[in-house]
Write a protein that binds this ligand. Structure first.
Ligand code: ADP
Ligand code: MG
Length: 334
């Protein structure tokens, strides 16, 4: 593969394979890594003043924890858990932020023809990836009837939600990390930061460069932990990867992982991993989950229709597939 300068295309793809990234230790650079939302959150940015930088770092991390508390399905007192308990019985008042996330998730469902569907959790709630627990066929067949994003009814004017089916259960895991990353970047931008990276697990967003050089975001090899399949030198972009290796277990030769096909309530099998590049992490996060479910053919067709969005898919044979714009970058027209 060749390293190409993308001109006005912002996502520059290089074929360089690297396994470790160096971290800046220069004056003015601030960074922290914490376990939040069940994943590794890493924040890194440049602010000349040390006191201001430390306060900003703290503010971004606080924001990550706040989002975790609001939208975790595992915390009984989260806003999401309250909705899951009450919205099957009638209208529930929700925050502007949750309304915004529900509107965006409905848009993603429409865009992906139902591949992205937060009601996947009506079945998804019965899996336990840590304990290797699979729901039995009867449970899946009963609960799969409650998977349909149209069951999530919104009343934006009054900021309310209700479920049109009593067994609906929602989970924002397909876009919440991207949302947290966007909120972190918003805090940094508002404070005048022009060089930053915020990452939550497989979702990252970058503003500016890193001391004159692009930021490097790795695409993890889906079957060899610690190895990268590609390294993306990026500026001013968001990037999300969804993989079947993130949360999974194997039983009787079947790989059960955390991205479910809403049509079947079983793990989607169209890809090993999907990486999406675009302007905002909420969108790239949601699209990486969507394209994973759609599989390479329908997924690339969707990405190629969307301006400013690119994709790298690793298919179930381990082959790298690229969206049109990235393919052109790799083999530019003569
Ligand atoms: P992660 O960074 O957690 O690996 P992904 O972007 O790959 O996140 O999305 C996986 C998460 O999305 C799952 O853990 C689950 O919460 C949620 N999810 C699974 N299947 C779907 C689906 N079909 N539509 C929307 N969200 C889903
Ligand atoms: Mg996602």
């Amino acid at each position: 593969m060749c390293a190409v300068n993308g001109g006005d295309i912002r996502h520059i793809l290089s074929g360089v394979l690297l396994t470790c990234l160096t971290l800046p230790v220069w004056a003015g650079w601030h960074q922290d890594t914490q376990a939040v939302m069940g994943t590794r959150v890493h924040v890194e940015f440049f602010v000349k003043d040390d006191t201001a930088g430390a306060a900003l770092l703290n503010a971004v991390m606080q924001e990550m924890h706040r989002i975790d508390h609001a939208f975790s399905p595992y915390k009984d007192n989260s806003e999401l858990s309250r909705v899951n308990r009450e919205a099957g019985r009638g209208w529930v008042d929700i925050s502007d932020e949750l309304l915004d996330l529900l509107v965006k998730s409905a848009q993603l469902s429409e865009l992906s023809e139902g591949a992205f569907d937060i009601t996947y959790a009506s079945v998804g709630r019965y899996y336990d990836y840590r304990k290797g627990k699979v729901p039995d066929e009867d449970t899946v067949q009963a609960a799969v009837k409650a998977i349909n994003y149209r069951y999530v009814e919104l009343d934006p004017a009054s900021k309310r939600v209700r479920f049109a089916h009593p067994r609906v259960y929602i989970d924002l895991g397909g876009m919440a990390k991207g949302h947290a990353v966007d909120r972190g970047i918003k805090i940094l931008s508002a404070a005048g930061v022009t060089q930053a990276s915020v990452a939550a697990g497989g979702d990252s967003r970058i503003i500016g460069d890193r001391g004159g050089k692009p930021w490097n975001v790795g695409v993890q090899h889906p079957r060899e932990p610690g190895r990268m399949s590609a390294l993306l030198p990026l500026v001013d972009t968001a990037v999300s990867t969804s993989g079947d290796y993130e949360r999974y277990f194997e039983k009787d030769g079947v790989r059960y992982h955390h991205i479910l096909d809403p049509g079947t309530g079983r793990s989607a099998e169209g890809a090993w991993s999907v990486t999406i590049l675009g302007p905002e992490a909420t969108l790239t996060d949601g699209l990486s989950t969507s394209v994973f479910v759609l599989g390479p053919e329908r997924g690339l067709a969707l990405v190629n229709r969307l301006p400013g969005i690119d994709a790298i898919i690793i298919d179930p044979q381990g082959q790298l597939l690229f969206s049109d714009e990235l393919s052109e970058l790799q083999s530019p027209a003569p």
